[in-house]
Design a protein around this ligand. Structure first.
Ligand SMILES: *[C@@H]1O[C@H](CO)[C@@H](O)[C@H](O)[C@H]1NC(C)=O
Ligand SMILES: *[C@@H]1O[C@H](CO)[C@@H](O)[C@H](O)[C@H]1NC(C)=O
Ligand SMILES: *[C@@H]1O[C@H](CO)[C@@H](O)[C@H](O)[C@H]1NC(C)=O
Ligand SMILES: *[C@@H]1O[C@H](CO)[C@@H](O)[C@H](O)[C@H]1NC(C)=O
Length: 515
């Protein structure tokens, strides 16, 4: 029994030794080889001749200062491919003699950047950090890289921007923070960025701005598309006096109130795809330079003339996909530069000709996808003298309108689309009880055309005035004529006596000749 036990123990011991030995024999070369291959795969090399690009493959953060590769003046760009950097410690790129201008660390598994991470890159102008897992930007991260002009931190895991993170980037002109998860921006987050021209915050979760942007006085382009903005208190963009383009589309704004300084140079304002149902009268006030305004895909049911009246330079207005029920020409007559007006996809049932002024510059009007059943095209064209393109398809228009309008505009270079000819679409309404307005004989039509085509209210007034003047002049001439006639009949004797005199003389002469 004892012997049996001992031999079993011995057997076990042998087995364990065997297993250990096997593990060593198989494992050691495996471990060493994988270590060696990883080390060998890590390398920096010069790219194609003349590319001025060094590419580092599979590098870890500590590799840059230990690589035998010498960075010199030919390495303007350093690109990391399949790198696994995780944490960028202080001085990670402090490579002596480097003249790196562009550093591309996209997709390099960076999650943390410590203070002074980029110190030593004294020539750096463009920094790409996209597609990493960066969670925050700590103050001091960019110490020592004053020359940076553009920085791309898109597609990372930033959830907030805290104070002074970019403080040292005094020459930064362009920054992208697209597609992070930024919810909050503290009020001093962009401090120091005195030269920033373009800031892209698209695809984040920002719900409030407060005064975070108010020191960015050089900012020209600001993109806040696809965030969670619900309200704006009005002063968020007040100090952005250089702003040319503001994109607030795809947010949750309902009744935005934005105030701009009177000298605002804003040219484009994109607010499509919000839930705006009301435009506050002061909202667009002072935007004298605005050229493009996109309010499409909202809930607007009314636009008043007052809201639009200070937009002297507006060229392109898009209010398509809203809830407008009326289209009145007078609403837009305070926009002297308006060229393109899109009111398609609304609930407009009537086109009303209101106001006396015409829309001088409008050449394209889209009223398609509404419920319009009648078009006073003669009245419409009298207010829109430059119109050359009118879209009216997918309304409830009568079928004979096309022939009528074709005849009316036969000699004009005027394009109009009345019906949707695609398969299955409702083409036109064939009403048996035609409205008399639509059956105008050709003769009347021709007369009407001569009277009305392009004749605005002012022109008619002038014609009437000229007529009155002509009639008055005619009447005066008639009066004068009558006057002279009366004078003539009151002095008949003198004329008669002179004739008699002449007659008498000639008779005397005759007598003299006879003698
Ligand atoms: C980077 O990794 C991918 C996938 O692992 C591979 O296909 C590619 O060749 C690698 N690139 C370089 C330059 O090693
Ligand atoms: C704006 O900048 C000034 C100094 O340039 C600073 O004192 C102030 O706190 C900044 N304001 C905000 C809201 O960042
Ligand atoms: C705009 O900037 C000035 C000076 O930098 C500052 O005093 C003012 O408070 C700022 N306005 C807003 C609304 O933040
Ligand atoms: C008006 O807007 C609709 C949808 O928003 C668009 O499909 C259409 O092309 C626009 N019309 C013009 C003339 O640009």
């Amino acid at each position: 029994m004892q012997q049996l036990k001992e031999s079993f123990c011995f057997q076990m011991q042998k087995a364990i030794w065997a297993i250990l030995f096997l593990t060593m024999a198989v494992g050691f070369p495996f471990v060493t080889s994988s270590y060696v291959t990883a080390f060998e795969l890590m390398k920096c090399s010069y790219g194609e001749r003349g590319s001025l690009t060094a590419t580092c493959v599979n590098a870890t953060a500590s590799y840059f200062r230990n690589t035998p590769y010498r960075f010199d003046q030919l390495d303007e760009t350093l690109r990391c491919v399949n790198c696994s950097l995780q944490t960028l410690d202080s001085g990670t790129f402090d490579i002596s003699g480097n003249q790196i201008k562009n550093l591309d660390l996209s997709g390099s598994q960076i999650d943390t950047m410590r203070q002074r991470a980029f110190v030593g890159l004294i020539f750096l102008e463009n920094l790409i950090l996209s597609n990493n897992h960066i969670k925050s930007i700590y103050p001091g991260t960019f110490t020592g890289v004053k020359k940076i002009k553009t920085i791309d931190i898109s597609d990372n895991d930033l959830t907030s921007l805290s104070d002074d993170g970019f403080l040292e980037l005094i020459n930064l002109e362009k920054m992208s923070l697209v597609h992070n998860a930024i919810k909050t921006i503290s009020s001093r987050a962009f401090n120091g960025l005195a030269k920033l021209k373009e800031l892209n915050l698209k695809d984040n979760q920002i719900s409030e701005l407060k005064d975070a942007l108010n020191n960015l006085t050089s900012l020209q382009i600001l993109n806040l598309e696809n965030n969670h903005l619900v309200t704006l208190n009005g002063m968020e963009f007040y100090n952005l006096t250089s702003l040319l383009e503001l994109n607030l589309s795809f947010n949750k704004l309902q009744s935005p109130s934005i105030e701009f300084q009177p000298q605002s140079v804003l040219r484009s304002l994109y607010m499509q795809n919000n839930i705006i149902d009301r435009i506050a009268p002061k909202f667009l006030k002072g935007l004298h330079s605005l050229e493009i305004l996109d309010l499409s895909y909202n809930q607007i049911n009314e636009v008043s003339q007052k809201t639009l009246q200070s937009l002297y330079n507006l060229r392109n207005l898009n209010i398509s996909n809203n809830k407008l029920t009326k289209f009145q020409t007078g609403t837009y007559s305070g926009l002297p530069q308006l060229e393109l007006l899109n009111c398609s996809h609304n609930e407009i049932s009537d086109i009303e000709i209101t106001g006396v002024f015409s829309l001088h510059s409008l050449h394209s009007l889209d009223l398609s996808y509404n419920i319009i059943s009648d078009v006073d095209y003669v009245g419409l064209i009298s207010r829109l003298p430059r119109l050359s393109y009118l879209k009216l398809e997918n309304n409830h228009l009568p079928c004979d309108l096309e022939d009528e309008m074709t005849a009316y505009f036969a000699e004009d270079n005027f394009k109009f689309v009345l019906y949707d000819n695609s398969l299955g679409a409702m083409k036109c309404v064939d009403s048996p009880m035609k409205k008399s307005a639509h059956v105008i004989p050709d003769v009347v039509l021709a007369e009407k055309k001569q009277e009305n085509r392009g004749a605005s209210g002012a022109e008619i007034t002038i014609i009437v005035l000229i007529c009155i003047v002509f009639v008055s002049i005619g009447f005066l001439f008639y009066l004068q004529f009558r006057f002279y006639q009366e004078i003539g009949t009151s002095r008949p004797n003198r004329a008669q006596s002179s004739t008699l005199l002449i007659e008498g003389e000639s008779r005397e002469n005759d007598d003299f000749l006879k003698e």
